[in-house]
Design a protein around this ligand. Structure first.
Ligand SMILES: Cc1cc2nc3c(=O)[nH]c(=O)nc-3n(C[C@H](O)[C@H](O)[C@H](O)COP(=O)(O)OP(=O)(O)OC[C@H]3O[C@@H](n4cnc5c(N)ncnc54)[C@H](O)[C@@H]3O)c2cc1C
Ligand code: FES
Length: 283
């Protein structure tokens, strides 16, 4: 199994990259909501990344990643033709998709990539999908044309007003829920504060709200216990019980605290990687 990079495209220069990877067995089985754990090389750390799209016929999966620390920076040094040491998946429970009517898919930042695969699944199931996507600025928006080709309506929000509504996706969602009376479900994927805010908006409307917990995962297969989260008063593992949960039942305060748990060690690891790079003539 080569896990060769067939295509590499920088979607947002210096920040977000798309890779199409040769992974026929994963592509055969992957469903919206699934993720993979991958390792750049045999000395690397395994990290989880959502499958943003897959093509069973051509045996490829697409991932989109934001460069935030050591492993994603290292991934960015790979070129087309290079391969990953391993890619494990598909992991996590697939998104629950059934024909329900109108589904609003809310995506924030890099979360738009994961939301794209889920929106595609809902469209294929015969649902009317309204996409609401947001980013800080126009140049940071992902998948606008792909979503427009898929969904009858794409609403955009940018913090600085360079495209669409000036403000947050939650304001667009509030407006939508006030004017559309048949929204069966809201799916939100993006930064934890965004998903928490989406749940606050949907609560008074009583709309089913699904969030994808981007919590700390280590092994991604239910063995290490690192991704414990509290949902509806129960302790669950994001990797095997999720990653998607009923947003109204998630303990977001606990989740935010857990996400901050390893900040010091992550910064240390990034610092060491930048020094390693200089040793090998990277600067
Ligand atoms: C199920 C799952 C699916 C995911 N899918 C995607 C995806 O499709 N695309 C993608 O880009 N990322 C995704 N992530 C997040 C991705 O796994 C992390 O960004 C990656 O592990 C960071 O590794 P690193 O070594 O580069 O950075 P680290 O050294 O681990 O982190 C560096 C710094 O960035 C911060 N940070 C880490 N992750 C995030 C984040 N997600 N948002 C904001 N700040 C962060 C840390 O707090 C830290 O301060 C997913 C995570 C999970 C659990
Ligand atoms: S990541 Fe290890 S148990 Fe979920």
């Amino acid at each position: 199994m080569s896990y060769k990079i067939l295509k590499k495209e920088e979607l947002i220069p210096g920040q977000t990259t798309m890779l199409v990877i040769d992974a026929p067995q994963i592509a055969q089985k992957a469903k919206p909501g699934n993720f993979v754990m991958l390792r750049v090389n045999e000395h690397g750390e395994r990290i989880p990344l959502t499958i943003a799209d897959c093509d069973a016929k051509n045996g490829t999966i697409t991932i989109i990643y934001l460069v935030v620390g050591k492993t994603t920076a290292e991934m960015n040094t790979l070129k087309e033709g290079d391969g990953f040491a391993d890619v494990c998946g598909p992991l996590g429970k697939p998104t629950h998709i059934e024909k329900t009517g109108t589904v609003v898919c809310v995506g924030g930042g890099t979360g738009i990539a994961a939301m794209h695969h889920i929106a595609k699944g809902h469209v294929e199931a015969g649902n009317r999908v309204i996409a609401v996507i947001g980013a800080r600025s126009k140049n940071l928006l992902l998948f606008c044309s792909e979503l427009s080709a898929l969904c009858p309506e794409v609403r955009i929000a940018t913090d600085d007003g360079t495209e669409g509504h000036k403000g947050f996706v939650t304001e667009v969602l509030q407006d939508l829920l006030e004017t559309e009376d048949d929204v069966a479900e809201v799916v939100a994927i993006g930064p934890v504060p965004m998903m928490e805010a989406v749940c606050r908006v949907t609560k008074p409307f009583g709309t089913k709200t699904t969030v994808s917990l981007n919590s700390i995962m280590v092994d991604g297969i239910g063995m290490c216990g690192a991704c414990r989260c509290t949902v509806g008063g129960k302790t669950l593992f994001a990797c095997v019980d999720g990653p998607e949960f009923d947003g109204q039942k998630v303990d977001f305060d606990e989740l935010k605290a857990r996400l901050r748990q390893f900040t010091e060690q992550e910064a240390e690891s990034t610092e060491m990687f930048s020094k390693e790079c200089r040793c090998h003539g990277g600067e």
